[in-house]
Design a protein around this ligand. Structure first.
Ligand code: UTP
Length: 297
């Protein structure tokens, strides 16, 4: 069986939910305090042993390319300034990663972005990680998904449980558990209303695909919003091949829209010892200020 050696990160989207901030700056470079979103995703991949990372980029995505370059001047400056911890982090990521950039000429959807990577991926199984979703336990999830692939040799997708009232925001799957923690996908439904959803298990932005997905993407007609949807190609893939699924543990941070981005920043700040106390104090002050405002007739 072929080993998984490559990951595709589609980062060419418009980011319309974040305009005007995304006019000249990719949302994948937005900081979660002091680290851009995309670095969390790259660190997750490096942690799972994947170093060949193919970014599907578009207009205004240059900062991503600069971010993963080796910057010798900056490294020298940090060395001289004795800033060892930050230097180590900067070195580790940029020295380990083997970045490959490929351009999606037109933003025709996530499925199209994945198809754009075909000449670089070739006839190999590969990972797709969405550029704006951070998983609390991402390394474990990816490593477990790779193990499932290594056992069965078929596509594997990550799932998480959503509240039944929220199924209309996600791709929802119908699954059958084949052994503890490993499921087989029976059906895929895009954004069903809660009454019609086959389950409350949603697709979460981490996938392992066999190269057959490329053939299915080539046959996929534009779907919702006129875009080539990855979910539509996955439904076709399911007709020919088994797709396995893995239920992730821990929190899912969607950084692609303002409110969930804000929540992510707060969550990460509260996890950090150097910030926790100050942030909590500030949040308490804000809550009491606004509670008073609401209570005052
Ligand atoms: P989103 O659904 O978040 O779309 O794409 P978007 O365009 O980035 O953001 P909005 O909806 O306009 O606010 C999910 C992932 O797929 C990538 C995005 O960069 C994001 O990481 N994508 C989407 C592409 O690479 N190309 C596309 O044509 C569409």
């Amino acid at each position: 069986m072929q080993k998984i050696r490559k990951a595709v990160l589609p980062v060419a989207g418009w980011g319309t939910r974040f305009l005007p901030a995304t006019k000249a700056m990719p949302k994948e470079m937005f900081p979660i305090i002091d680290k851009p979103v995309i670095q969390f995703i790259v660190e997750e991949l490096l942690g799972a042993g994947i170093e060949n990372i193919i970014f599907v980029t578009g207009r205004h995505k240059r900062p991503i390319e600069h971010h993963f370059d080796i910057n010798s001047d900056l490294e020298r400056h940090l060395e001289e300034a004795g800033k060892e911890a930050i230097l180590e982090n900067i070195r580790e990521v940029s020295h380990m990663i083997n970045p490959i950039y490929i351009r999606q000429k037109q933003q025709l959807g996530l499925g199209h972005a994945v198809l754009t990577s075909e000449p670089v991926v070739g006839q190999e199984p590969f990972i797709v990680s969405l550029g704006d979703i951070i998983l609390e336990k991402g390394r474990k999830a990816l490593s477990d998904m790779i193990s499932i692939y290594n056992r069965f040799g078929k596509s594997v997708i990550a799932l998480f449980e959503v509240h039944p009232s929220e199924t209309n925001k996600y791709g929802i799957v119908d699954v059958k558990e084949v052994e503890e923690g490993v499921y087989k996908v029976e059906d895929l439904v895009e954004k069903p209303d809660s009454g019609e959803a086959p389950s409350n298990l949603a697709i979460v932005g981490r996938y392992i695909f066999t190269p057959l997905i490329f053939e299915k993407l080539k046959e996929t007609k534009p779907g919702k919003g006129g875009e080539i949807q990855l979910t539509d190609a996955m439904r076709m893939l399911l007709e020919d091949e088994v797709i396995y699924a893995y239920k992730i543990e821990g929190k899912v941070h969607d950084t692609g829209n303002p409110i969930d981005y804000l929540k992510t920043v707060i969550d990460f700040a509260l996890e950090r010892e150097d910030l926790r106390e100050d942030v909590l104090e500030y949040l308490q002050e804000v809550i009491s200020r606004y509670t008073q405002l609401i209570d005052t007739p």
